[in-house]
Design a protein around this ligand. Structure first.
Ligand SMILES: Cc1cc2nc3c(=O)[nH]c(=O)nc-3n(C[C@H](O)[C@H](O)[C@H](O)COP(=O)(O)OP(=O)(O)OC[C@H]3O[C@@H](n4cnc5c(N)ncnc54)[C@H](O)[C@@H]3O)c2cc1C
Length: 427
């Protein structure tokens, strides 16, 4: 196979975890490359047409220099690009895509889009790079350490790592929508009075694919709205890592989006009578499904009890939230370094949606700011491993923590009461 390039740190997957990892490793002085199968970065944050990017700030302050870098790049485009809340950002995704490029450029990070990883290069138990599919055929990228931020842990799976997929009921997948021509004040009242729930009940006979309820959230420009909902929740159990099921879920969701608009026209009263479908996401959004088994497996109890860990490298805040299936408060809790290190495979770290966790453990604190924090930690660890010629599992966690503190991470926040980081609602 032809070699495309090589790098010290290779980050696979350009969602919030991947962006955090790539920025951290590049800023730590190691040659870093971020690769992504789509033509843009941002992952689910960009697929979702304006969803709030939660847990990016603690009480109006960015939670690390890495989070702040992205916030500043977005803010440079002004109010049309982003609205900053106490812990969340609401952005126009087109600016998000460009702000990520700006941040990567400023950090001196190389990047490649349209690079779909289809296999891992493995020597013994060690990942040494990946294989990407392209119009030029299969090409290899060699790396000192790979950080898997692909969401479903593709690199780890291809490398033969043990994966966790311990539920018969996958969290639903949802195709986000951007809609316009809505009377904002009337829509607010309609939603406050549980109007969507009533609408859905009335309309389901005519429009059988529509979800039980959904939510309209105003975009920063004020003229369009983002819709999040239970997606495939009532339509069947779809597994995103099964190509046939993913394809069916994606196609069904596109019909569902159209039915939702028709249902709102017909049953949404004055507020929604003129609603227009502007766009749907470029692909369906996948909630945590396949994770990598690491040295530590994060569990529901960690989130509910607000577990602290001596080897913490990040913390997660927000809600325990299995998208429209289960939603409840949790405590801020630590992410131990072991949740980012695959149990048996070397040369590899994991971050974001696929960190080592049970089904519920993965859904607790899956917000994008938390994913970026695990990416940040994995990026630092990858850079340290390359510098020291060590495997990620051999690193002294104190060294990673020292670098994170230098990057403005307050690791002591873990275990604090949930109220310290306010959260309006889930996801
Ligand atoms: C419908 C929905 C609504 C949500 N709402 C919210 C919300 O309101 N606020 C919030 O903060 N969080 C929300 N979440 C959760 C949050 O979006 C995710 O947990 C988070 O984005 C995961 O980030 P990630 O970087 O780990 O993965 P992803 O965002 O999934 O990024 C993974 C990236 O890897 C790429 N990739 C995958 N496989 C490969 C491969 N083989 N080769 C190359 N590239 C690959 C993908 O294209 C993608 O860009 C929601 C999630 C969903 C699905």
């Amino acid at each position: 196979m032809k070699q495309l390039c090589q790098t010290d740190v290779l980050v696979v997957g350009g969602g919030m975890a991947g962006v955090g990892a790539a920025l951290a490793a590049a800023r730590a002085g190691k040659e870093t490359m971020l690769i992504e199968k789509n033509g843009f970065f941002g992952g689910i944050g960009a697929f979702a047409m304006g969803m709030p990017i939660n847990q990016m700030r603690t009480g109006h302050q960015a939670r690390s220099d890495i989070h702040e870098t992205l916030i500043k790049k977005l803010a440079a485009y002004g109010d049309k690009a982003v609205w900053l809340g106490e812990h969340q950002l609401r952005c126009n995704v087109e600016y998000l895509k460009v702000a990520i490029l700006d941040a990567l450029d400023a950090a001196g990070c190389r990047y490649l889009v349209h690079a779909h990883v289809v296999d891992s290069l493995v020597t013994g138990d060690r990942v040494t790079g990946v294989v990407v599919g392209s119009s030029d055929g299969l090409l290899t990228i060699q790396a000192g350490v790979v950080v898997d931020c692909s969401g479903d842990g593709d690199v780890a799976h291809f490398a033969g790592a043990e994966m966790l997929k311990d539920t018969d009921q996958p969290a639903p997948m949802t195709l986000a929508q951007k809609v316009g021509n809505v009377d904002f004040e009337a829509a607010k009242d309609f939603q406050r009075d549980e109007g969507m729930w009533r609408l859905s009940k009335q309309a389901r006979e005519t429009y059988p694919l529509i979800p039980e309820k959904w939510r309209l959230t105003r975009a920063p420009s004020n003229s369009s709205f983002y819709i999040n909902h239970g997606g495939t929740k009532d339509l069947g159990n779809y597994d995103a890592t099964d190509p046939l099921q993913l394809s069916e879920a994606e196609c069904l969701s596109r019909r569902q989006a159209v039915q939702m608009i028709d249902a709102m026209h017909e049953f949404g009263g004055e507020a929604l009578a003129g609603i227009e479908l502007i766009a749907t996401g470029p692909q369906i959004g996948i909630r945590p499904r396949r994770r990598v088994k690491g040295l530590y497996v994060m569990r529901e109890e960690d989130a509910l009890e607000g577990r602290r860990a001596d080897d913490t490298v990040a913390w997660r805040s927000g809600f325990l939230d299995i998208g429209f299936v289960r939603f409840e408060p949790m405590k801020i809790h630590d992410v131990p370094y072991g949740a980012l290190v695959p149990e048996k495979v070397d040369g590899l770290l994991i971050a974001g949606r696929c960190i080592s966790a049970t089904h519920v453990g993965a859904s607790a604190g899956k917000s994008m700011g938390n994913c970026m924090a695990t990416g940040h930690a994995a990026g630092i660890a990858a850079a340290l491993a390359v510098k020291g010629g060590q495997q990620p599992r051999e690193l002294a966690v104190g060294d990673i923590q020292a670098c994170l503190r230098q990057d403005g991470v307050d690791l002591q926040r873990a275990g604090a009461e949930q109220g310290e980081i306010s959260h309006i609602r889930g996801e």
